[in-house]
Structure formats: structure tokens, C-alpha cells
Write a protein of this length. Structure first.
Length: 202
């Protein structure tokens, strides 16, 4: 398969890319690195990227920004960071990318444990994650040409513990192999409209 991985050089994306490179053709898109440059918050940038790379068999997104701050400190513009990048950025990957997706292809978006189990300072990120889940469950009913879509929702990954452990008291770090398997299930499996949760249910 020809797989586009947005954010493929990031903490999670690099492990996902490394796995798929073993069997598939992988194109990495990123803001500052990769095979093609992409600003997720700009739909024209998304369109330009697809025009450059052409038809694909799968699109995987492991990128997207959202503001972390106390609710009292969040401005309207702070909320729009997550809305424009992680939410609309991923929606536009599907909205625009479906025209470049081969029949039977798939989209795999990413959210996170905050959609189900938010912690302090994550009002914006939790809101965006929940919206992504609802989007995937709804849009899977309308995608044509047997195109599938799922979202991988991970907990705090092992490789990011040093940066975020203080925000997630009592959370069990998720092994990177387990997170990667969520993306493998979405891309190489047959499911659609699924929220693939890679974390404890507690």
C-alpha cells in the first residue's frame, strides 16, 4: 500500500512509520520535516500536498495541536488552536483526501484518552477529541467507494512520560508497540467507524 502518514516523524508517528515501512510505501508529511510539508490548519496546504503525492491507499494522522491551560486562562483564540489544527485539520484531511483515496482505502485519525478521561488543563484538547470521535462515527456512514475511517485514541505513551507524567497521576503508560498496533488494526483490518482505544478503561 501507499500510505501517507501526517506527523510521521513525531513521538508516535515515527514508531508508526517505522512499522509500516517494513511492508508498505510510506510518505511522511510534517510541518518542519518529512517527504512533503504540510500545515494542517490550512486547507490549501492540504490540497497542495495531495496534488503533489497523488493517489494513496491509506492516510494516517498522528499530528495536531491543542492548547493546554487552565480553563480560566483559555481565550477564544486558544480554543481555535485545537479546532483549526487537530479537529478541522483532520476533518479536512478526510474532506479533501477522499478525492485522492483509492477505492477500498482508509483514513486513520488520532484523538486521545482526554476525550473519555480528561485531566486538569485539558478542556480544549478533551473537547476536540470528543468531536473527532463523533465525526468518525458519523462520516463512516457516508464515505463512498468502500473507504473506511477509524480513530486511534491512546493514553499517555511510554515515550512521552518524561514530559507529561505530572498531568496524568495514576495513569498506566501505554507501550508504544500497543499504540502502533491500534494503527495497524485500522489500516490493515476491515473495521470502520471505530474508536480504537489503547488504554485502560478505569
Amino acid at each position: 500500500m501507499k500510505i501517507l502518514i501526517v506527523g510521521g516523524n513525531g513521538t508516535i508517528g515515527s514508531k508508526v512509520s517505522g512499522h509500516f515501512l517494513k511492508k508498505h510505501e510510506v510518505i511522511i508529511a510534517g510541518r518542519n520535516s518529512g517527504d512533503v510539508r504540510l500545515d494542517m490548519a490550512d486547507s490549501e496546504s492540504i490540497k497542495t500536498m495531495f496534488e503533489k503525492i497523488g493517489k494513496v491507499d491509506a492516510v494516517v494522522c498522528t499530528a495536531g495541536d491543542a492548547k493546554w491551560a487552565n480553563f480560566d486562562a483559555l481565550t477564544e483564540d486558544d480554543f481555535y488552536i485545537g479546532i483549526k489544527s487537530k479537529l478541522m485539520g483532520q476533518i479536512n484531511l478526510v474532506r479533501i483526501g477522499k478525492n485522492y483515496m483509492n477505492p477500498g482505502g482508509s483514513f486513520t485519525l488520532s484523538s486521545g484518552i482526554l476525550a473519555d478521561h480528561p485531566v486538569r488543563m485539558t478542556t480544549s484538547g478533551a473537547m476536540v477529541g470528543g468531536a473527532i470521535h463523533s465525526f468518525v462515527k458519523a462520516v463512516c456512514l457516508e464515505l463512498e467507494n468502500n473507504i473506511r475511517i477509524n480513530v486511534v485514541s491512546s493514553g499517555l505513551v511510554e515515550d512521552a512520560v518524561v514530559h507529561y507524567e505530572a498531568y496524568f497521576p495514576g495513569h498506566n503508560p501505554i507501550p508504544m508497540k500497543k499504540v502502533v498496533n491500534g494503527f495497524v488494526k485500522s489500516v490493515e483490518g476491515a473495521g470502520t467507524g471505530e474508536i480504537i482505544r489503547m488504554y485502560d478503561n478505569g
